[in-house]
Design a protein. Structure first.
Ligand code: DGY
Length: 320
């Protein structure tokens, strides 16, 4: 029986499954909690959340640790090199959250372009005084060109949704997709992000957060976007410079933005909060119940497999 630390409260029966064969210590406050400190010398597995920072200092005090099972597809909260150098395996939860996240991304496209959240606020404030032909005109989604930055699982799922809205799809990432995938998605590869921004009316971000993608959307790049275009980010907040985004929403060229992630969560840049054309969601991309249960269950299955001496059940983490 190994000691497994579970960070936070997980939906579904993942914790019960782990507790059936291992000693589980769980704490809402995560890996910086006193509960973790009391078991860290024995802990062999950690089920971590994206709010847990797993770095060299953390690993230092847990010499028996074998696996960090992140309940997220993104692993930017984990120092992969430090884990590797200590022989700690890192896993994530790909696939199970693809459609939920793509649904939310597309919801943000629609909400931002058609001013749904702004309209909701207006109605609640008693500002709806009657239909007129010029009232709350927004941006057309149907047939607009959809630009995807990072055509992994979630990017591809957003592209499929875009096809349902007759949107021509262009994408950029380091490597071009296989020809059959490109054909299935009717997606056109554009090698340079700036060239993609020159063509796309709606841009949806789906690349991982790395040093190379931090502030990928900075002031100069946002200024290169098409006048009246829409930016959606359901990946990681620091990919977009929030202060620069607020400027581009206020002074152009952007018509609107939909954000599910922020640079310093849970804080949101004050300038962004005052932009009526920013739709702000509290990092709920994967937050439908079956998806969150599947994420927790996959993390638990990865822990059980690794503790039993097997490879993880499913993970897409590349070890550096
Ligand atoms: C992830 O999995 O990386 C998301 O941000 C959480 O849904």
């Amino acid at each position: 029986m190994a000691t497994v630390f579970v960070s936070g409260t997980l939906p579904g029966d993942a914790v019960a499954t782990l507790a059936a064969s291992h000693r589980v210590v769980q704490d809402e406050a995560g890996v910086r909690s006193a509960a973790f400190a009391s078991c860290r010398a024995d802990v062999e597995a950690v089920v971590a959340l994206l709010t847990d920072r797993i770095d060299a200092a953390f690993l230092e005090g847990s010499p028996r640790l074998r696996i960090v099972a992140n309940v997220a597809v993104g692993v930017d909260n984990v120092d992969l090199a430090a884990c590797k150098s200590r022989g700690v395996l890192v896993t994530n939860t790909p696939d199970v959250l693809t459609d939920a996240t793509a649904d939310l991304a597309f919801g943000l496209v629609l909400a931002a372009a058609r001013r749904i959240a702004e309209g909701d606020r207006l109605v609640r404030a008693g500002g709806f005084t009657g239909w007129t032909p010029t009232f709350m005109l927004g941006t057309r989604v149907h047939g607009a060109t959809l630009g995807i930055v990072g055509m992994g699982r979630i990017g591809r799922a957003v592209a499929r949704r875009g096809r349902g809205f007759a949107m021509p799809v262009v994408y950029t990432q380091r490597e071009r997709l296989r020809e059959d995938l490109e054909a299935e998605l009717s997606a056109t590869f554009i090698a340079s992000l700036d060239d993609l921004l020159a063509r796309a009316d709606v841009v949806s971000i789906h690349c991982p957060l790395t040093p190379a993608t931090t502030h990928l959307f900075d002031g100069p790049r946002l200024a290169r976007m098409r006048p009246g275009s829409i930016l959606v980010n359901t990946a990681r907040g620091p990919i977009v410079d929030e202060a620069a985004l607020a400027h581009a929403l206020t002074h152009g060229p952007l018509a609107a933005a939909g954000l599910d992630v922020f640079e310093a969560e849970p804080a949101v840049h004050p300038a962004l909060v005052t932009c009526p054309n920013a739709v702000l969601a509290p990092h709920i991309g994967s937050a439908d119940r079956p998806t969150r249960e599947a994420m927790a269950s996959l993390a638990a299955s990865n822990v059980l497999a690794v503790l039993a001496g097997h490879p993880p059940v499913l993970s897409s983490v590349d070890r550096p």
